[in-house]
Design a protein around this ligand. Structure first.
Ligand SMILES: [Zn+2]
Length: 240
């Protein structure tokens, strides 16, 4: 396992990452970047599947995406704790893996755990860089925290072309058998297990893709705009 990664994706729950960023992860790995995934909870409040089943599924999905590692903290599903102790735990994760870019949910979301994940990861990303804050590891600050969207759709700051990685993303999502549509499952139907849900993911990928003139896209927000060297390349093919 490679401890140090280029991109580190945080989420409250395992499958959150695949749904919003699976294509970006698969593409980045293919491009030679090192990627790590960290969930802040064990998903123990989920309606379908057990934390053990979801953990196994998440490891299968991680293999499909080709990431260096995936593990979980235990900050409490359905009431995620965000006190100083929890903040220090996230700071340690950032100092341990030293990502150039950290990813987290946009901190205004339908699910309060997503909101809290977005906030604690943003704050920890800043605090991790304070040299006077001493922990067992050296100070380190990512360049930026980039946010992905979950329930609420906002106008993105940038869109990643994930056309070539879309199949891998959907394969990784399918690894979460307990969560998504399975006609044989006896678990109660929830929002994401409705067959319409995966259709929505497909439609969203196409919608964001259309925004940049490609087949599939994944969209992100940053509070500061990205630096652009190639203005023409950035808008290539959009005259059609
Ligand atoms: Zn979630």
């Amino acid at each position: 396992m490679n401890e140090q990664v280029d991109l580190l994706f945080f989420a409250a729950h395992a499958d959150d990452i695949e749904l919003s960023c699976g294509g970006t992860i698969a593409k980045s790995v293919k491009d030679g970047l090192k990627v790590g995934l960290v969930e802040l909870t064990r998903g123990e409040m989920g309606t379908r599947g057990t934390p053990q089943i979801r953990y196994r599924e998440s490891q299968r999905a991680a293999k499909i995406l080709g990431v260096e590692f995936r593990y979980q903290l235990d900050l409490g599903d359905g009431g995620l704790r965000t006190g100083r102790d929890e903040e220090l735990e996230v700071i340690e994760v950032i100092r341990r893996h030293r990502p150039r870019v950290a990813f987290a949910p946009w901190p205004d979301e339908r699910h309060p755990d997503h909101v809290r994940t977005g906030r604690i990861c943003t704050d920890a990303g800043f605090y991790a860089g304070l040299r006077s804050l001493q922990t067992s590891r050296a100070a380190y600050r990512p360049q930026v925290t980039a946010y992905y969207m979950q329930n609420y759709v906002l106008h993105p700051t940038f869109v990643v072309d994930v056309t070539a990685a879309w199949k891998t993303k959907m394969k990784a999502i399918a690894a979460f058998k307990s969560q998504f549509h399975d006609p044989k499952s006896k678990d109660p139907m929830i929002f994401i297990s409705d067959p319409k849900f995966l259709g929505m993911i497909e439609a969203r990928g196409k919608h964001f893709g259309a925004m940049i003139g490609v087949e599939y896209g994944e969209a992100f927000l940053t509070k500061q705009p990205p630096k652009l060297d190639d203005i023409i390349g950035a808008y290539e093919g959009r005259e059609h």
